[in-house]
Design a protein around this ligand. Structure first.
Ligand code: NAP
Length: 285
C-alpha cells in the first residue's frame, strides 16, 4: 500500500497511474506537482490528484513514492530539484520512454541517492496529452518494463513492481540498453515514420486534395503523428543511437522494395508483403 504518492508531471502517463491506483485502492493520497497551475488545477478538479504543490520540497516531503512523468528533456532538472528533499525511504521511479540517458541524468543529479531511483517505462499510451487525457484503465493488461540499477535494493524494486501490478500491468525487467534498442524498433521508429509521412504529404502541392481522400489506412498509420512533438523530440534526442540503427535497417528494406517496384518484380513484392503479413498476424493478434 502506498500512503502518499507524488506525481511530478500530471499528464497522460502520470495522471493515469494516479487514477489506476486510486481505483484499486492501493494509494491513500496523491499530490500532483508540475509546471503550469492550470493543468494542476484541472487534475485536482477531475479527481486525478487529491491536492497539488508548486514547491518541490513540499510536494515530496510526505511521499513514500515519487513518480516522475515529465518529458525526458525535463527530467534532469526535476532530479536536481528533488534531490535535497528526498527522504531516505522515499522511492523514486519514472515513466520515460528511453532509459539509458535518464539513468545517466539520475546518477549525475541524485548522487548517492540514485539507489532510491528505479527506472521504468509503461508500454501504454495514446496520442493525447495533459491531465484531461488520463484514464484509469490505461495500464490494464499492458506491460511495464523496469530497468533496475545495481544500486537498487530488491525490496524497492519489488515495491515499484507491485505498484504497477496494482495499476493493472504486467511487469518485466531488462537492462536499459536492451530496453532502448527494443523500443527503438517497436515504438520510436513507427512514430518517426508516421511524423515523416504526414510531413512529406503536407509538403506536396495538392495538400488539400491529398488529405481529403485520406482513408482508413492513412488514419491507422498516422494516428500517432498527433502525439506531442516535444515528447518525441526528447525521445529521438535521448535514444538516437538505437533509433538510427533501426532507421538504417528500415532504409535497406525501403531500397529493396523500391528496386522490386522499379523492376516490376511481382515475386519479390509478394514475398516481402507475405512475410510481413505473416509476422504481424503471428505477433500482434
Ligand atoms: P503529458 O501528457 O504531456 O504530461 C507531461 C506532464 O509533464 C504535464 O503535466 C506537464 O505539465 C509536465 N511538464 C512538462 N514539462 C515540465 C517541466 N519542465 N517541469 C515539470 N513538469 C513538466 O505527457 P505524457 O504522455 O504523460 O508523457 C510523460 C512521460 O511519459 C514522458 O517522459 C514520455 O516519454 C513517457 N511516456 C509517454 C507515453 C505516451 O504514449 N504518451 C507512453 C509511455 C511513456 P504542463 O501541463 O504544465 O506542461
Amino acid at each position: 500500500m502506498i500512503n502518499h504518492l507524488c506525481v511530478i508531471g500530471v499528464g497522460l502517463i502520470g495522471g493515469s497511474l494516479a487514477l489506476a491506483l486510486k481505483k484499486s485502492g492501493y494509494v491513500k493520497q496523491v499530490t500532483g506537482m508540475g509546471r503550469s497551475l492550470e493543468n494542476l488545477q484541472k487534475a485536482e478538479e477531475l479527481g486525478v490528484i487529491d491536492q497539488y504543490e508548486t514547491d518541490y520540497a513540499k510536494a515530496i516531503s510526505q511521499a513514500d513514492m515519487v513518480f516522475v512523468a515529465v518529458p525526458i528533456g525535463a527530467m534532469p532538472a526535476v532530479f536536481k530539484k528533488i534531490e535535497p528533499h528526498l527522504r531516505k525511504h522515499t522511492i523514486v521511479t519514472d515513466g520515460g520512454s528511453a532509459k539509458h540517458t535518464i539513468i545517466d541524468a539520475a546518477s549525475e543529479e541524485l548522487g548517492v541517492k540514485v539507489n532510491q531511483f528505479i527506472p521504468g517505462h509503461p508500454i501504454a499510451g495514446t496520442e493525447k496529452s495533459g491531465a484531461e487525457a488520463a484514464f484509469d484503465s490505461l495500464y490494464s493488461d499492458r506491460r511495464v518494463i523496469l530497468t533496475p540499477l545495481e544500486e537498487n535494493s530488491l525490496e524497492d524494486v519489488k515495491k515499484v513492481r507491485k505498484m504497477w501490478e496494482k495499476a493493472g500491468a504486467e511487469v518485466d525487467e531488462m537492462g536499459a540498453r536492451h530496453h532502448d534498442l527494443v523500443l527503438a524498433g517497436t515504438s520510436h521508429l513507427p512514430h518517426v515514420l508516421a511524423f515523416a509521412l504526414v510531413d512529406c504529404l503536407n509538403n506536396v502541392d495538392d495538400v488539400d486534395e491529398i488529405f481529403k481522400y485520406a482513408a482508413g489506412g492513412f488514419r491507422d498509420f498516422t494516428r500517432i503523428a498527433s502525439s506531442d512533438p516535444v515528447m518525441w523530440r526528447d525521445i529521438c534526442v535521448n535514444n538516437s543511437e538505437a533509433i538510427l540503427a533501426m532507421m538504417q535497417n528500415y532504409q535497406q528494406d525501403i531500397d529493396n522494395l523500391k528496386k522490386a517496384i522499379q523492376n516490376s518484380d511481382s515475386d519479390e513484392l509478394l514475398k516481402i508483403f507475405s512475410n510481413a503479413k505473416k509476422a504481424r498476424d503471428t505477433f500482434c493478434m
